[in-house]
Design a protein around this ligand. Sequence first.
Ligand code: GUN
Ligand code: ZN
Length: 472
Amino acid sequence: AGVSRCAVRGMFFDFLDDPWKHAGKEHEAARFLRDGLLVVENGRISDFGLFEEVSPRHPGLEVVSLPGRLLLPGFIDGHVHFPQLRVMGAYGRHLLDWLQQRVFPEERKYGDRDYADKAAGLFFDALLAAGTTTCQAFTTSHPVATEAFFEEATRRNMRVITGLTGMDRFAPEASCVGSDDFYRESRRLIGRYHRKGRNLYAITPRFAVGCTDAMLDYSRRLKAEFPDCWVNTHISENPAEVRVARELFPDCQDYTAVYERYGLLGPKCTAGHGIWLSDDELRRFSKAGAAVAFCPLSNFFLGSGSFRLGRAMDPEHPVSVVLGSDIGGGNALTLLRVMEEAYKVGMCNATLLDGSLDPRAMDLAEAERNKFSPYRAYYLSTLGGARALCLDDLLGNFEPGKEADFVALDWRAGQAAMAWRQSLAVRDATGPRTVDEAAELLFGVMAMGDDRNVDETWIAGKRAYKKAATAA
Ligand code: GUN
Ligand code: ZN
C-alpha cells in the first residue's frame, strides 16, 4: 500500500561520465535511448532502459508517452538569488554599485513574510518554466525569507539548497543581520529544515566584503557543528570587489585565504564566479574539493569578466564547476541561455589561447577545454552540476535509485527559424537516431533556445509544469 508507480516513454539523453575526460569522443560520456522507458516508484527511478527491455518487467503499468521530445535530467542551477527575480535586467551598473542601488533596496522587502511568500511562488513557477528542477539559492538576511523559500520548495517537493544569507556590513542595516542573530537563526533554520523532505541547508556568508570576522567565525562554527550542511558564498567576481576584500583581510594572502581561514573551503562548498582567481587559488579549490559556480550571463551583464573555464578543467588540478543563472545579475533564469553564454565565454577564451593573438600565451590544450560542446554543456547542467554540489547520489542522471526529476525539451520550439535550423541537423522527422544527432539538436536548443523549448518539467515523477499551447 502507498506505493505510487508510473512510467514515462520517450527519447532519453543523460550522462554517465564527465565528457572532459573523453575529449574527441565525448559521446562516450553520454547515453541516448531513442525509445526508452523510465519507471518511477515513490518519486525515485526504479527501472530505466530500452522500452523493449524494461516494459516486459512491468506488465500493466500505465505509461505516459512523450513523443517528439528529448527527456533530460532536470537542470541544476548552482547559484541563484531568489529575492532578485524582480531586479533582473537592471541597467548600467557594475557589481558593488549594482548591489547598493538595485539589489539591497529590493532585498529589504523580504523582511515582510507576505512579500517573501508571494515572491517564492513566482520564483518557483519561473524556475520550473525554465526547466530547472534543483537550485542552490541565496535568500536574504531575513529569516522569514529563508522560511518562505523552504516552505514553497516543500509544497512543490523540490530538491533545493538554501540558507539564511549572512551579511553584517557593506549594506544598509535593513538589509543586514547581526552576526549573533545569524548564528542563532541559522541553527534554528537548520534544525527546522535541513534534510526535512527534500530540503538541504547551506551556511551562507554572502561574501567577504559583506561579512565581518565575527560573521565568518560564526559560519566556521556552524560548519563545524553541522558538517552535513552545505556552504554557499561568492568569490573574486569583480576587480573592485577583490580589492576591497584584500583591504578588509590584510592578513590573508588572497581572497581564497579568507574562506580557508574560516574552514569553509571544502566539499559541499560553492563560491560564485571565481573569475579573478589566480592559478594558485584554483589549485587550492581543486585540492579542497570546493566548487565554483560559473554564471556567464551575470558575468557579462555586470561586466565582471570571463571565467577561465579551460583552466578550471585542467586535468592535473580539476575544479568542480556548476552552472548558475545568478539572477538578478544574470538576465535569464533558464540554463539553456546560461549554456549559450558559457559557449561564448569558451570561444573568446580560446581566442586568447590559440596563439592567434599572442604566440607566447598559446595553450592549445586549455583552449580545447574551453570548447563548450553540447556534451559538456548539458553535462554541467545535470550530472556535472550534481557532482559539484555533492548531490550526485540523488540527482543528475537516470540511474535507478535517483530522484525522478526531468525536463522534456522541444527542439523545434522558440525562434521562428528554429524548426528549419534543426531539420538540417536531423532529417528524420521522428527525431535523432544517434547520440551525436541528439547532441546536435541539443546544441541548437542551447544556441538558439530559451524557456520556449522547455515543454514539460517533472518533479519526483510528477508533471509540475506544462508549457501553455500557443497559437500556430
Ligand atoms: N556578491 C555579493 N552579493 C552578490 C549578489 O547578490 N550578486 C552577485 N552577482 N554577486 C554578489
Ligand atoms: Zn550571486
